[in-house]
Design a protein around this ligand. Structure first.
Ligand code: NAP
Length: 321
């Protein structure tokens, strides 16, 4: 494993991101004998690393802890020669590398040269956007049940959201909390059937349907949330010590605005070969515009992106066959 602060020779492939998509791309590219670097974000973590259990990744009956799965991805990729670094990438600019058209990638003080780039920056939890949310982060408001769940032993907590994440994490929280109220803005869940079935069968889970959080209240720590019924407009207070917010994702694509074509939600537009709007730049995983965001689909995207990058580099070097 080598970290290179200023590259004098470009990598064949630089991958931006260290989650399942990026590490799979890294494994495939390194295994294809390409000089490959994966830059993991310094101030962000891959979502899978804070997932208690991933039970739908093929080949692992019984499931696996998300952090452990991510570590295994990394170990396997490094075994094939993937180099790794960490840093928050702020942008990429075109650069000529001795007649070969490539890129220079800025991450903090470091600069990395690349003949092709794979963007795998993932997405982060969306905020509710209500004023008291920021004030109570770390004081009862959380975006990570795996990290903070054990603090709420025998306490009452609430989860906001009706998707897979909210329901999966609500189920996880029942290991610690006395009661978990799922606050959802509609009267039915978006989550997949099996998770819904488990949640409805769990007597520690209650539902506040057609409800949104209007405010989060407490002195130093969260003590209650004020809910508003979206149909009647009526408000009521729900006493909780913790509020876990899982209302979807925002793609980590800010450094690529203006450089790559994004959709209205900020996700990177790619074709079936993970080609972005810019030749030589590929993207994969949760940062791309697609319908189904899973670890397994991120890995599939990563493999495809690496193969496309390989073809691009071979073409560039005149080594295509
Ligand atoms: P999601 O599927 O986008 O669901 C977000 C939920 O939050 C929805 O129920 C949505 O309500 C609600 N919501 C959005 N904005 C809100 C707001 N401002 N106030 C209140 N509620 C709001 O997000 P996710 O659950 O994080 O899942 C993201 C992706 O990861 C999905 O593709 C999911 O399938 C995948 N995932 C899969 C698994 C698994 O397979 N086990 C686990 C976790 C995540 P509406 O329903 O009304 O839109």
């Amino acid at each position: 494993m080598v970290e290179e602060a200023v590259s004098t020779q470009p990598y064949d492939v630089v991958i931006i991101g260290g989650g399942p998509a990026g590490l799979t791309a890294g494994m495939y590219a390194a295994r294809a004998n390409l000089r490959t670097l994966a830059i993991a974000g310094e101030t962000s973590v891959s979502q899978v690393t804070i997932t208690d259990i991933v039970e739908n990744y093929p080949g692992i009956p019984g499931g696996i802890n998300g952090f452990e799965l991510a570590e295994r991805f990394k170990t396997q990729a490094v075994e094939f020669g993937l180099q790794t670094a960490s840093g928050d990438v702020t942008g990429l600019v075109r650069k000529d590398w001795g007649g070969l058209a490539g890129w220079e990638i800025a991450a903090g003080e470091a600069r990395y040269g690349a003949l092709s780039v794979v963007v795998a920056t993932g997405a982060t939890w969306r905020r509710l956007g209500i004023p008291s949310e920021e004030r109570f982060i770390g004081r009862g408001v959380s975006f990570c049940a795996t990290c903070d769940g054990p603090f709420y032993r025998n306490r009452e907590v609430a989860v906001v959201g009706g998707g897979d994440t909210a329901i999966q994490e609500a189920l996880f929280l029942t290991r610690f909390a006395k009661k978990v109220t799922v606050i959802h803005r509609r009267d039915r869940l978006r989550a997949t059937g099996i998770l819904q079935k488990r949640a409805f069968a769990n007597d520690k889970i209650a539902f506040a349907w057609n409800s949104v959080v209007e405010s989060i209240d407490g002195l130093d720590l969260v003590q209650a949330v004020r809910l508003r019924d979206v149909k009647t407009g009526q408000t009521r207070d729900l006493a909780v010590s913790g509020l876990f917010i899982f209302v979807g994702l925002t793609p980590n694509t800010a450094p690529f605005q203006g450089a790559l074509a994004l959709d209205a939600g900020g996700y990177i537009q790619v074709d079936a070969n993970m080609q972005t709007s810019v030749p030589g730049v590929f993207a994969c995983g949760d940062c791309t515009a697609k319908r189904f965001r899973q670890v397994v689909t991120a890995c599939g995207d990563g493999a495809t992106a690496a193969f496309s990058a390989q073809l691009h580099v071979e073409e560039l070097k005149g080594e295509a066959y």
